[in-house]
Design a protein around this ligand. Structure first.
Ligand code: KG4
Ligand code: ZN
Length: 364
């Protein structure tokens, strides 16, 4: 494809309504021309998780306005858009339907190609937009709905090396926060509380340590925290901080252990690739202890650690537009207009299904 591509992206798979316009130059570099995200956090926080019906209704009410804003801010008239890229899964069905119907209407009215995008592909390819990362590379996706290690070999060419066998990591942070009486979303609350924790007070097991599969498990840890919290009820603020630190330390060690194993596997498989990238994506990437560990493990293994800006690690439509641009540039076909949303949609259809695999909207 030897011309600039302008793609309109829409994202409505969970609790962010988002629209964006991205440009991809023929050489493969990308630029975000607009990136509008409306978080529904306030809508769901009282419920301690995402309520699917409320999410879908809010997408309906706000998406049109956000699209108009994204087009205007990008300075790109609709006529100059090359395709409409829409998240078609995995995610909450109601929300996905809102995005798909809206994207389809725009595609039909303008005669532009319509591209159904896997939300996970959006996360996986973001580092090419932000950092021009070359294939092959590894992505650790840690969000409220997913915890996966994915090998990215090319557009539409992924291998899932590991996934959670129970809770997603963000979900584990949220549930742990809830049982300790902290606010939703729990990740930032646990991290804040952990800052004043005493590292010597509680010790929790490190899940999956040295397990030859590259999978994750966090629900046992959450249960262990619950047990300790019950043993120390009523909870003093210091005990909460100590438990938060113990939980965060354990998950960080588990991630470090899994990632070191994945990097070794990558190095053995691609011995000729110099300083390959380890990319982190998802809201949990905001956690400083986790970031520091990933950076250290990447340094030790001779990998280049890439953490896109936080607003592109969490859910957004620029990543969906970008995945659409990459697909179009690679000559992949547009989607049919009767494309159905998929609540579960693994990036790598060849691997055996696991409980946490290809799942979204599991935060509630
Ligand atoms: O990617 P994301 O914004 O949204 C979805 O998964 O849809 O991720 C949100 C998750 C929540 O579970 C939240 O608790 C977690 O990311 N999170 C964190 C931190 N900030 C957000 N977890 C740990 N530490 C943080 N600082
Ligand atoms: Zn996401």
């Amino acid at each position: 494809m030897n011309r600039n591509l302008h793609i309109l992206g829409l994202e409505t798979s969970c609790d962010e309504t988002a629209a964006a316009v991205v440009r991809r130059a023929p050489g493969g570099t990308g630029e975000i021309l607009s990136d509008v995200v409306l978080s529904q956090l306030d809508l769901h926080s009282a419920f301690g998780g995402v309520v699917p019906e409320l999410a879908a209704r809010s997408h309906v009410l706000t998406l049109d306005r956000l699209i108009a804003q994204a087009l205007e801010e990008s300075g790109t008239p609709l006529a100059d858009i090359d395709a409409v890229a829409v998240t078609s899964g995995p995610g909450l069905i109601g929300g996905l339907m809102v995005g798909l119907m809206t994207g389809k209407a725009i595609a039909m009215a303008t005669g532009k190609p319509y591209l159904g995008i896997n939300h996970l592909e959006g996360h996986a390819l973001t580092a090419r937009l932000t950092d021009n990362v070359a294939y092959p590379y590894l992505v650790l996706l840690v969000s409220g709905g997913h915890t996966q290690i994915v090998l990215v070999k090319g557009v539409d060419d992924y291998e899932r090396w590991g996934t959670t066998i129970d809770d997603a990591l963000g979900e584990a942070f949220d549930k742990t926060a809830k049982l300790l009486g902290l606010d939703y979303p729990g990740g930032p609350a646990v991290e804040r509380s952990a800052l004043t924790g005493d590292p010597g007070r509680f010790r929790l097991p490190v899940p999956m340590r040295r397990d030859p599969r590259l999978d994750f498990s966090f629900s046992g840890l959450k249960t262990a925290v619950r047990q300790m919290a019950q043993d120390h009820a009523p909870l003093e603020p210091q005990t909460i901080a100590d438990l938060c630190l113990a939980f965060q330390t354990s998950v960080t060690k588990s991630l470090g252990d899994r990632i070191t194993m994945a990097l070794a596997r990558f190095a053995a498989r691609f011995p000729g690739v110099h300083a390959p990238a380890l990319v982190v994506a998802g809201g949990v990437a905001a956690n400083k202890a986790i970031r520091a560990t990933l950076q250290a493990r990447a340094d030790e293994a001779g990998f280049h650690f890439v953490a896109p800006p936080l607003n592109l690690c969490t859910d957004n439509a620029a990543m969906i537009a970008w995945a659409g641009a990459e697909r179009l540039a690679a000559g992949l076909p547009a989607s049919p207009l009767d494309l159905a949303p998929r609540s579960r949609w693994p990036l790598d259809e060849d691997v055996a299904a696991a409980i946490g695999h290809g799942k979204r909207g599991a935060k509630a």
